[in-house]
Design a protein around this ligand. Structure first.
Ligand SMILES: [Zn+2]
Length: 175
């Protein structure tokens, strides 16, 4: 941060404000404290009754060309569930129903929290988007394990295979 977003001053210093426990970026002119906090990624594991799940091949960095579950950063002003449904539409042109919180994965090293819902596939005219070069159903015994984009995606799919769609898991990825 080079300039204070409150007053425009360039006199930003890193220090622990009185009564606080963490160093923050503080404006020396107006006193504004610029907090940074973890980002929330929200998404869906879409499944159907034919033992298939839906994955998207990423068309954008990071991890372009690798397979992922539809997911993305939560926007201001939306619920975590609304964010998951929006990302699923944006990345896969897909609607899901009966969604239920499925995994919550903290990744403190990169200051992110992933939350995946599980949801039943509604439409069959899903397909590629600017963010996904391919959108495809995979039989659970034909999943592209070596080409998954993120460990959070792997953990979420493993949760589904090992514990079923009615389970829930709260995990920490700390290495
Ligand atoms: Zn300021």
């Amino acid at each position: 941060m080079n300039f204070c977003s409150n007053c425009g001053s360039s006199r930003i210093v890193k220090k622990v404000p009185e009564g606080d426990t963490h160093p923050r970026l503080v404006c020396e002119d107006c006193g504004d404290i610029h907090y940074t906090n973890p980002n929330v990624v929200t998404g869906v594991l879409p499944f159907n009754d034919n033992d298939e799940i839906l994955l998207c091949k990423r068309a954008i960095e990071p991890r372009s060309g690798f397979w992922t579950l539809p997911a993305g950063f939560l926007e201001n002003g939306e619920s975590i569930e609304e964010g998951a449904l929006r990302e699923t539409r944006e990345e896969a042109c897909l609607e899901v129903s009966e969604i239920k919180l499925f995994t919550m994965i903290s990744v403190p090293r990169i200051n992110q929290i992933y939350s995946f819902f599980i949801g039943k596939i509604v439409n069959d005219d899903f397909g590629p988007t600017p963010e996904s070069s391919e959108v495809k159903l995979f039989k659970i015994n034909e999943l592209p394990w070596d080409d998954l984009a993120f460990r959070t995606v792997r953990l979420t799919i493993e949760q589904y295979l090992n514990h079923g769609k009615d389970s829930f898991s709260n995990k920490v990825l700390d290495d």
